[in-house]
Design a protein around this ligand. Structure first.
Ligand SMILES: *Cc1c(COP(=O)(O)O)cnc(C)c1O
Length: 415
């Protein structure tokens, strides 16, 4: 593979080979990651990377758009079919700029927005004080309930009634439970707020029918395309017709210049894949795997935030284990299990050295792993963390993991 790169740029070629090996011989448990198909990667690496096409199909500022227009229209049509929405903008570069475009298009500077606190599972763009969102808008965050680790919709309602936000954001980065969209809708109607769902993590679960959809209740929905949706790195914004003009203007020319047409082509391919019946099986298996992994971990004595999972992710609370998240992440890296340290709600430790570890099943499910494989992974996690200072022990586990991975080819990688 990559014969041209091998000829012209040995340095990058060698690093790429080594990344292909890492992705093949390790177990990818970061819940925001996935393996895009070979077809998605072909589109990403296609000649559409050469084109400039500021504007929208039929209204461009450059010539030669006959193919790009078709690609963008297909991406939009497939996204509409997949999620059942009125309007879609597929030009957002990534999840963060998509959220920025919604705020820029629908709010004035200084307006009040309400999102879940970062250390409770929200995203930086939902109002973290040092992000553009926290610096530009008046943020009144909501929290999960301390005892349960779950959203309590009475608490959300109380916060909304108190501050009357112009925009309420639901949809998270580290929340393992089903989101009650309808309850948000009732609150939004009550206080007159615009409702924005950020389904970056769970878009694939929604498309696959294993998580309820916010579409009937929410005004605007943003999502990345590279997480459970399994497409190229990128994002899109979906909305009700009444917001369509403001959203499109906010994306271009409000925030962006030319769309990345190669990514748009790859988004269209990924949406086409997600429309196939097999994608429903994939989404269901992600959740079954997460549940199996969570149950086994709890059996082995781990505390999980909220006591388990309904979706693709698991948040381990390591406070009772006396191993902080950072040490756990580094220990698991040594055996080829890739995870990420994460804050837990009401975390007593700082964000760069938090008490939690976040795991997820989207990538390993793409490789074809099933419930019985989750048992193995839970056993490796437990054994590694029990022997985190024993490098020889960890090295033996690493070899076991490597052998195991040979049974599960990665789409798009030939070694
Ligand atoms: C990942 C994520 C984003 C940001 O996406 P980027 O592509 O990394 O900018 C936004 N919101 C949520 C909830 C996310 O999980």
């Amino acid at each position: 593979m990559h014969p041209n790169l091998q000829k012209t740029d040995k340095e990058i070629f060698n690093i790429l080979k080594s990344e292909e090996e890492r992705q093949t011989y390790g177990i990818e448990l970061i819940p925001s990651e996935n393996y895009a198909s070979a077809a998605v990667m072909e589109a990403t690496g296609s000649v559409f990377t050469n084109k400039y096409s500021e504007g929208y199909p039929g209204k461009r500022y450059y010539g030669g758009q006959e193919n790009v227009d078709k690609v963008e229209q297909l991406a939009v049509e497939r996204a509409k079919q997949l999620f059942g929405v009125d309007h879609v903008n597929v030009q957002s570069y990534s999840g963060s700029p998509a959220n920025m475009a919604v705020y820029f298009g629908l709010l004035e500077y200084g307006d009040t927005i309400m999102g879940l606190k970062l250390d409770h599972g929200g995203h930086i763009t939902h109002g973290l004080p040092i992000s553009f969102s926290g610096r530009t808008y008046n943020v009144v965050p909501y929290e999960v309930e301390k005892d349960t680790g779950r959203l309590n919709m009475d608490m959300v309602r109380e916060q909304a009634l108190k501050h009357k936000p112009k925009l309420i954001i639901a949809g998270y980065t580290a929340y393992p439970r089903i989101i009650d969209w309808k309850a948000f809708k009732e609150i939004g109607d009550h206080v007159g707020a615009i409702l924005m769902a950020d389904i970056a993590h769970i878009a694939g679960l929604i498309a696959g029918g294993v998580h309820p959809s916010p579409v009937p209740h929410f005004d605007v929905i943003t999502t990345t395309t590279h997480k459970t949706l399994r497409g190229p790195r990128g994002a899109m914004i979906m909305c009700k017709e009444q917001y369509a003009k403001d959203i499109d203007k906010a994306v271009f020319p409000g925030l962006q210049g030319g769309p990345h047409d190669n990514t748009t082509a790859a988004k269209a391919v990924a949406f086409g894949e997600a429309l196939q019946p097999e994608f429903k099986d994939y989404a269901a298996q992600i959740v079954n795997n997460a549940r199996a992994l969570a149950n086994k971990l709890m059996e082995y004595g781990f505390n999980l935030v909220s006591g388990g999972t309904d979706n693709h992710l698991i948040l381990i609370d390591l406070t009772s284990k006396q191993i902080p998240g950072k040490v756990a992440q580094e220990c698991l890296d040594k055996i080829g299990l890739t995870t990420n340290k994460n804050t837990i709600p009401f975390d007593p430790r700082p964000p760069f050295d938090p008490s939690g570890l976040r795991l997820g099943t989207p990538a390993i499910t793409t490789r074809g792993m099933k419930e019985q494989d989750m048992q193995k992974i839970a056993t490796w996690i437990t054994a590694a963390l029990e022997h985190y200072q024993d490098d020889e022990y960890l090295n033996n586990l690493k070899n076991e993991v490597r052998d195991f991975c040979k049974n599960f080819p990665v789409p798009g990688i030939k070694i």
